[in-house]
Ligand binder design. Structure first.
Ligand code: ADP
Ligand code: GLC
Length: 483
């Protein structure tokens, strides 16, 4: 599948979630936006996704493309071609009711417990990705690049490695090294990888099988979602046990910072807001603040600094740090709103905080896309004290919404927020560090001129996908150049 000098590479983008059909975090946003940005650069792109109920219900123009028989995961698997609502990006949907047609999330049942057959569910995603990238593909679309994302699609490079014939080159994008697709060793044979691959030089990871390690080991190139995170994961502190492999492959490891969908996240035309606004006309931002205060049961007051946070409530995101400093912080004239879902103990911590300070703290536990836009618009400042953050999207949304972010200097946060210019950056990751950062931001907030400048700087920052999509295209071309 050589590509001529004049033709752009064709890309199969393999992902377990995609906005606006199914989303648990930033990977969905990236999967919705990057393929669209690549298409704007003239790259023929298809996105391969599992046919969860929400995907089948929301995708447009579904047609049967092919039926696979006798795959290890199921006797019959249908491949549908379709398109993504909104951008019209072409989709390939894996219709396998046995594995995907169930209530609950993409990875967990309604009680929040991992599906027991996740190994098979995502081996199938990877397997179809590999078949479509090989010369055994039944489709007329032959990708030059199979671009995989996180552990759920990370077996595709391994499957392709062991397939005969001509095949696409593989890119493995790492969105979060904390999720590694760990399964017991017997799964190696079950998914059909050769026994010899279960070794340090292969898919073995501390005695278990890691699908992510398979991707990192066998992919032709690895990318991650910011240059700083690309460096951090080669060291012990944030390498999650993969640092040795990543350091060894550092010549094949590139950090490309995410962009944001500037159509979905546009304060001037956001259907989730009560009033639109832009850098030249900020009155609408106050209207959204008042609406948010009302919605969260707080006192409606345009002058009280309102601190917002939207996140998966996990150790990664540092919500515990906010709980730790809350008693001290709430002695000030501030309000806090939090939208999130995650670890039960932390969720309860926030519920209790709101209960103890109903006039100052509003907490919504749950996943709510519309409310997340209102929080970005209505808050005065945005809190993101992440312990690590591969890229992070909310700090970019908040800059665009004139809501300066307060972030720990890590990963993509360090690469996208400029201290005192578009937001506030703290280091080290301690309660004092975070509290000091909030104090600095509150002092700036009290000076309308200073604050207005910081808001404008953030709103004018270019965080569109164009530049990053160009970087991916340049990478694809460089990979194919030698073939
Ligand atoms: P991560 O992918 O690690 O969770 P990102 O900052 O890259 O972090 O992306 C998170 C995405 O998920 C953002 O679009 C954010 O607004 C969204 N999000 C997270 N939690 C919620 C929630 N409870 N309700 C609505 N959107 C949420
Ligand atoms: C992951 C990371 C986040 C990143 C997102 C999209 O979920 O935690 O930092 O922005 O993927 O790449």
């Amino acid at each position: 599948m050589a590509t001529s000098k004049t033709r752009n590479p064709r890309v199969l983008f393999v992902t377990p979630e995609i906005h606006p059909l199914i989303k648990t975090g930033g990977l969905a946003d990236v999967s919705g936006a990057l393929p669209a940005a690549l298409r704007e650069l003239g790259v023929e792109t298809r996105v391969l996704v599992p046919g969860y109920p929400k995907v089948l219900a929301g995708a447009r123009n579904k047609r049967l493309s092919h039926t696979f028989h006798d795959l290890p995961e199921a006797d019959e698997v249908r491949l549908l071609s379709a398109s993504l609502p909104g951008s019209g990006v072409p989709l390939l949907i894996i219709d396998c009711p046995l594995l995907y047609q169930r209530d609950g999330g993409p990875y967990q049942n309604p009680a929040g417990v991992d599906w027991p057959d996740n190994a098979q569910r995502f081996a199938l995603l990877s397997r179809i990705g590999a078949i479509l990238g090989s010369d055994a593909s039944p489709l007329s679309f032959h990708p030059d690049i199979v671009h995989c994302n996180d552990w759920q699609s990370a077996l595709a490079p391994a499957f392709l490695h062991f397939m005969p014939g001509k095949k696409a080159a593989t890119v493995m994008t790492l969105h979060n090294l904390a999720f590694q697709g760990i399964f017991p060793p017997h799964i190696v044979a079950e998914v059909g990888l050769p026994p010899a691959s279960f070794s340090i030089e292969g898919v073995e990871y501390y005695g278990n099988f890691s699908t992510l390690k398979a991707g990192l080991y066998y992919a032709d190139h690895i990318t991650t979602v910011s240059p700083t995170y690309a460096r951090e994961i080669q060291q012990e502190a944030l390498g999650f046990g993969m640092q040795g492999l990543l350091a060894r492959r550092s010549d094949k490891l590139t950090g490309i910072v995410n962009g944001i969908d500037t159509g979905d996240w546009n304060p001037a035309a956001d259907p989730h807001l009560v009033q639109g606004y832009d850098a030249g006309q900020m009155a609408g931002k106050t209207a959204n603040k008042l609406a948010l205060q009302e919605k969260m049961g707080l006192k409606r007051d345009p002058d009280i600094p309102l601190l917002g946070m939207i996140s998966r409530i996990t150790h990664q995101k540092g919500g515990d740090l906010l709980l730790e400093i809350a008693p001290q912080l709430l002695q000030e004239n501030v309000q806090i709103v939090l939208l999130g879902t995650g670890e039960t103990a932390l969720e309860n911590g926030f519920r209790n905080l709101a209960h103890a300070h109903p006039d100052k703290v509003g907490v919504t536990i749950g996943f709510n896309e519309g409310l997340s836009h209102l929080v970005e618009a209505g808050a005065d400042m945005f809190l993101m004290p992440s312990r690590f953050e591969p890229c992070g999207l909310n700090q970019m949304y908040s800059q665009r919404y004139g809501t300066p972010p307060l972030v720990h200097a890590t990963g993509g946060l360090a690469d996208t927020v400029v201290d005192g210019v578009t937001g506030f950056v703290f280091e080290p990751m301690t309660a004092e560090g975070f509290f000091g950062c909030i104090q600095r931001a509150l002092a700036a907030y009290r000076d309308k001129k200073v604050w207005g400048k910081i808001q404008r700087n953030g709103m004018e920052r270019d965080s569109s996908w164009k530049k990053s999509a160009e970087d991916y295209l340049a990478l694809y071309k460089s990979m194919l150049g030698g073939r």
